[in-house]
Design a protein around this ligand. Sequence first.
Ligand SMILES: CC(C)(COP(=O)(O)OP(=O)(O)OC[C@H]1O[C@@H](n2cnc3c(N)ncnc32)[C@H](O)[C@@H]1OP(=O)(O)O)[C@@H](O)C(=O)NCCC(=O)NCCS
Length: 398
Amino acid sequence: MAVEMVRFKNIGLRGVTVADTKISYIDGENGVLIYRGYRIEELAERSTFMETAFLLLNGRLPDKSQLERFEERVLQARELPGFILESMEKFPRRTDPMDVLESCVPMLAMADPELSDDSREANVRKAIRLIARIPATIAAWNRIRNGQKPLPPESALSHAANFLWQLSGQKPTEEIARDLDICLVLHADHTFNASTFACREVVSTNAHMYAGVAAGVGALSGSLHGGANERVMKMLLQVESELASVDDVGPWVKNTIDSGRKIMGMGHAVYKTFDPRAKILKEMSRRLTREAGHPEWYEYLVKIEEEGIKEFSARGKPGINTNVDFYSGSVYSAMGIPVDIMTPIFAISRISGWCAHIIEEKFAEAQEKPALYRPEAEYVGNYCGAVGCAYESMDARG
Ligand SMILES: CC(C)(COP(=O)(O)OP(=O)(O)OC[C@H]1O[C@@H](n2cnc3c(N)ncnc32)[C@H](O)[C@@H]1OP(=O)(O)O)[C@@H](O)C(=O)NCCC(=O)NCCS
């Protein structure tokens, strides 16, 4: 009797709950994102990235002295070990910053004096070092690849301002530093997305935090995940150069979808309505692109968004809206940040969420998560029964 199988019901683990988490929650139907119970809109307006990172790692908002101590510890950890800078000097100059980051995370592990201590307290200290050193790594690489010397951190500057200073050698205005800080708050966590799940999957084997983070960086680099923001910016620049005016955006959107290409920055695996982060970034993009002398970037983006939503609805796919990556590229470009540093900025923020999830993964109660993630796959390859296929000698192979 033939066995009928319902295959790929949950392809890509969509809709499958694999663990409990207390860190963040998305209501994809209603466009809601919360970190540890707090709405993203309120955190973006009233919190800072340092406070949000503390919240994600510790499960509660800090009081004044706890926040000051946390900020001081991040500040103290900003300096990169010399051997990492020396290694970077030997990297090919054209290396993508995400590849540099992915290679440097294990080097940060080598430099960690507490690597073999897997206690909760030691993991929180490792998280603080990673939060401090990921921006330093990216900024140093940007200098080195341009033939410049990496800059030492500036203790008077906030986390976001210091990154912009170490990246470009220019101290940003307070407004720009605050805008970047808000972007970091917005990107800090997003439940079991691809990179966070990669981190958790790796440390579920008892691997250390840095092994998990290296996997997270790799997952984030892909164009369907964190890599989308720079692809949106490339798409925007291409549209701007190829189209005569925004009036041509409608046919361009139709043609892009017809030819099977993606409108970058639209659609989401979980949100089936607006992404609350995109709303905040949209307003920031409107303001910053105007200030930077590129109001047309915003105009093109708004038109692509409008035409995209209309077109997807007409094709029976009404839930496809703009996501977090759609407006962030124009925001970073307006700040003067190079296109290939946009995905690394995602990592500068998401490191806080990754570390919170890694700690949760390592210390959750047994009933809250599996000891080790181990999904099944449907085998659809050659099969010759239990005896196996006949192994032919080299001469006999056609
Ligand atoms: C994020 C993404 C991978 C989600 O994929 P998904 O969950 O499979 O998306 P959906 O199930 O909503 O897609 C349904 C259909 O819409 C299409 N679709 C989704 N997003 C699209 C986009 N941005 N452009 C064109 N078509 C899109 C899919 O190809 C699919 O078409 P099909 O049914 O004919 O095969 C997808 O929307 C995408 O690739 N977006 C562009 C990249 C991006 O912005 N990534 C950042 C995410 S934060």
